[in-house]
Design a protein around this ligand. Structure first.
Ligand code: CA
Length: 229
């Protein structure tokens, strides 16, 4: 199946050229011309990759990127900017973008980045295409942001849900506290790895049969956590 790419770019000429070029490479391309529409489409539909311009009408690319990460979207984001500023790059990457391209760029350069990002994210994209995930006595409905334990709904805060989602999407991978902070909390908290530990303890209370001897969210001493589902 063709990989789906969302291109959020307000310059009509560039939007057209880029989507034509990407389609000729076999990608399915959808477009949005402002930040709000881009955000809506990215949250309501499933994409394998998002190409996101920074200077956009409405929500700018930084905001869209941050909000998508906060909403638990983990697909790769490639940011585009007209400004050749290191500051932009730093901000973009901090907000959860995966790569960065400065305009003007060669199409071949864009295609190379897109290909590399898609290759890197094969594992998480696969899990993204399903709306449900089950492990042990727990079933997770991503579309409704609902968690059921033995058929009964469990109260989850938005952050706890994002954390669980991130674990599921990266199951069996060792995740450091820093990685969890970056990907689940983003830039807008005082970075404290203690925050992660507190949330993990709460998650365990909610989903582990015996939180003292977790079977799913495992501690890897001195390294971080690993989710086994
Ligand atoms: Ca623009």
């Amino acid at each position: 199946m063709a990989k789906r790419i969302l291109l959020v770019e307000d310059e009509p000429g560039l939007q057209l050229t880029l989507s034509d070029r990407l389609r000729s490479e076999g990608y399915a391309v959808e477009t949005a011309s402002d930040g709000d529409t881009g955000y809506e489409r990215a949250t309501e539909e499933t994409f394998d990759l998002i190409i996101l311009d920074i200077m956009l009408p409405g929500k700018n690319g930084f905001d869209v990127c941050r909000d998508l990460r906060q909403a638990g979207r983990t697909q790769p984001i490639l940011m585009l900017t007209a400004r050749d500023q290191v500051a932009d790059k730093v901000v973009g990457l901090k907000l959860g973008a995966d790569d960065y391209l400065t305009k003007p760029f060669e199409n071949i350069e864009l295609l190379a980045r897109v290909e590399a990002l898609l290759r890197r994210s094969v594992a998480s994209v696969t899990s993204h295409s399903t709306d449900f995930y089950e492990f042990g006595n727990v079933s997770v409905n991503f579309r409704k942001s609902e968690v059921m334990l033995s058929g009964k709904p469990v109260d989850f805060s938005a952050r706890e849900f994002q954390l669980l989602r991130y674990f599921i999407e990266n199951r069996e991978s060792l995740l450091s506290r820093d990685e969890l902070l970056n990907n689940v909390w983003g830039y807008d908290v005082t970075p404290s790895t203690r925050t992660v530990d507190v949330h993990i303890a709460r998650l365990r209370q909610k989903i582990e049969a015996n939180p003292k001897y977790p079977m799913h969210i495992l501690t890897v001493h001195g390294m971080g956590y690993k989710f086994i589902g």
